[in-house]
Design a protein around this ligand. Structure first.
Ligand SMILES: [Zn+2]
Length: 322
């Protein structure tokens, strides 16, 4: 998302109200707590010293989508780090309704804040492949296009959910090797290999139950996805669109009709038990920390945001604020 086009602008379809303090994927320790701040996991008051992470989407809870149970589509949304002050700071004030306790992670992780900072992007992936994509039955194959943070987190989630084969398509070699670390069985380089032929070979022509579009290049990958659906045996495949893109998808309806396939859009990370279940899955061993490839201080954040324009080697860069 930080990579700008040639004109210097980024495509960001969410809300912004700059200037604000950036930073929307974070975890920290409670140092002051309101009398009504109650942990949704335990039903008890939060206490000073509790480790928590926070939803980025500050949903209102009062508009029709919120009241209908769809906070990811809130009509009066604010976004932490985009329209209200975020976490590249020593302290941040947030509503208790957006907080989730990380106590459950203390048993298995030495640094709950490090993995806690990945709950937000992992929840975006969880919302995409489990909530919106409908998840998988153990043994089913999945194909992830794009090994950015959301593609990588989806790889880990779907392998944890029992995917038979998880195939990742990614041309950049550092990200391809991260995909392997996160559990991918095969990685296709779509610039050097024929995507459809590789999918057919790796799955014995079975195809996949779920395809995740996590590249942001629908004009490039849609043909590959629908040709794989068309040429493989599987019916009922679901294509989940999670990456944001200006370009349209060139879809052949016939392929989706004959193969009983469907395309669904995924946005956000709130509601549907997502943060709760992501933290529980992490507590049970779903470790996504290999996607953190660099650790920096708060002072190094501005220079590293600029570096993201050109740096293809790093995935998640963690700012440690003491
Ligand atoms: Zn709302």
């Amino acid at each position: 998302m930080n990579q700008a086009y040639d004109d210097g602008y980024i495509y960001y379809p969410g809300l912004t109200a700059f200037p604000v303090t950036l930073g929307h994927e974070f975890a920290g320790e409670i140092i002051e707590v309101g009398s009504q701040a109650i942990s949704k996991r335990t039903g008890k008051h939060y206490e000073i010293g509790d480790p928590v992470t926070v939803e980025e989407m500050a949903w209102c809870g009062e508009c029709k989508p919120c009241c209908d149970g769809y906070p990811n589509h809130c009509e009066r949304l604010q976004e932490v780090g985009f329209s209200i002050d975020g976490a590249f700071a020593e302290y941040i004030t947030v509503p208790a309704k957006l907080c989730w306790s990380l106590r459950k992670l203390e048993r298995n992780y030495d640094d709950v804040f490090k993995i806690g900072s990945l709950v937000e992007p992992t929840s975006v992936a969880f919302n995409a492949v489990i909530e919106r994509g409908g998840g998988i039955r153990p043994g089913e194959n999945v194909i992830i296009l794009g090994a950015g943070p959301i593609g990588l987190a989806s790889t880990k989630i779907l392998k944890t959910a029992g995917a038979g084969l998880c195939i990742v398509s990614e041309p950049e070699e550092h990200r391809a090797s991260l995909a392997k670390k996160m559990g991918a069985d095969y990685v296709i380089n779509p610039l050097k290999e024929n995507f459809v032929e590789q999918v057919k070979e790796y799955t014995d022509n079975e195809g996949a139950a779920l395809y995740l579009e996590a590249t942001g290049l629908p004009q490039v990958v849609t043909d590959d996805i629908q040709n794989a659906i068309w040429e493989c045996k599987a019916v009922n495949s679901t294509v989940v669109i999670v990456a944001r893109a200006e370009q349209r998808m060139p879809v052949c309806g016939e392929f989706f009709q004959v193969k009983r396939a469907r395309i669904v859009g995924a946005q956000g990370h709130s509601g549907h038990g997502t943060f709760f279940n992501v933290i529980s899955s992490m507590a049970a061993g779903m470790d996504v920390t290999p996607m953190i490839t660099k650790e920096i201080s708060l002072e190094q954040v501005p220079e590293n945001i600029k570096l993201l324009q050109t740096d293809k080697e790093n995935c998640k860069i963690s700012a440690i604020i003491n």
